[in-house]
Design a protein around this ligand. Sequence first.
Ligand code: AMP
Ligand code: GLY
Length: 426
Amino acid sequence: MKILVIGSGGREHALAWKLAQSPRTEKLFCAPGNPGTMDIAENIPIKDSDIIGLADFAERERMDMTVVGPELPLTLGIVDEFERRGLRIFGPDQKTAELEGSKVFAKQFMVRHSIPTAQAEVADSAEKAKDLLSSDRYSFPLVIKADGLAVGKGAIICKTREAAEEAVRAVMVEKIFDDSGDRILVEEFLRGKEASFIVLSDGENVVPLVTTMDHKHAYDGDKGPNTGGMGAISPSPFVKSDLFLKIMESIVFTTVDYLREEGRKYKGVLYVGLMLTDEGPKVLEYNCRFGDPETQPQMLRMESDLVDILLSVIEGKASATQIKWSPNPSACVVLASGGYPLAYEKGKKIEGLKEAQEIPGITIFHAGTRYEGGEYYTNGGRVMGVCASEETLAKSLEKAYEAIARISFEGMHFRKDIGAAKEEAK
Ligand code: AMP
Ligand code: GLY
């Protein structure tokens, strides 16, 4: 089969890496891909937002399957465009991707169907937001959330009323996220551990992936600003079997079933971001795509053929799909550019990559890298993910950090406590 992966991050490198292992894969393409995918696929310089360009390419090359990594093309309707042309594609259609594309829609959907989530109210103007904030319904901290996509930065945690008013001004008046801030949610702040709960669905059936835990904060001890994710482990130390079943029942099946009833048949990967509160798991957000970096440790543990799995979802035959996983825990530690998630410089030469890769059992997934003249340079905030899967989580982490000790670039920073929260697990 000819397969196209859309996107250019660590998630897409991990998906491409797994797809490349399938005996069914004859030729793999990535658009636009990154220097890591270059070794296993042909990189095609088409942006993920250029859905017509991507559809033209897939049609011309007679692509057998396309796998969408990031959310943007999904919310722009790439699945509708491909399906109109009779091309097989993995992901939800535009109407269904609204679950990620509009936090207001997602919140109203959850309220309508009693899916546990933080309480929130909608404001469609700065005046309305100010009114809400001046009432005594809310205590602080609270969360101001832009309705639309905001490259993972749309949730602003505000410790005081002044900070909340400032966030409203930035989002609704200064429009730091453009139209995405036309409406906001003023949301209750939830306390607890976060979990990424990720499943596949063909709209009727649900196939869960192994659990994972992301590390969103920039610095050790969950300090510093939120990032796209500084590392992930699988399984999650906090989602044991009882809780797993509870999440499936109270959240996942309910979501997929009610979406279908509302004419939004969910086909693709559904990522539920959860806060595990004292009152039980509550939904923070839905994503219509795989997680980054959660995908990296998940793919390391997947023993089944990813091509077969994705095809079964596209063809509505997921009821028969069972995924085989390695029992070995896995870990991914992200190396980031100095300053990330705030401003950072690009173009720093990366040393020691080859030496790190020589360690048996190490897999490195590229994200923000550039290849030129035989050398790798930094080209983004999250530069790469260093991953391992051994008999124990401790060994996986030890190996990943051993490899990281060989890698360096100016300003490189990473968390030294990925997976450490395991110690607190009950
Ligand atoms: P979101 O874009 O909704 O996933 O939010 C990004 C991050 O903000 C989450 O992963 C949480 O760390 C944090 N967050 C979002 N909503 C809440 C909430 N209601 N209470 C506490 N933290 C939140
Ligand atoms: N790692 C968080 C996300 O993929 O949304």
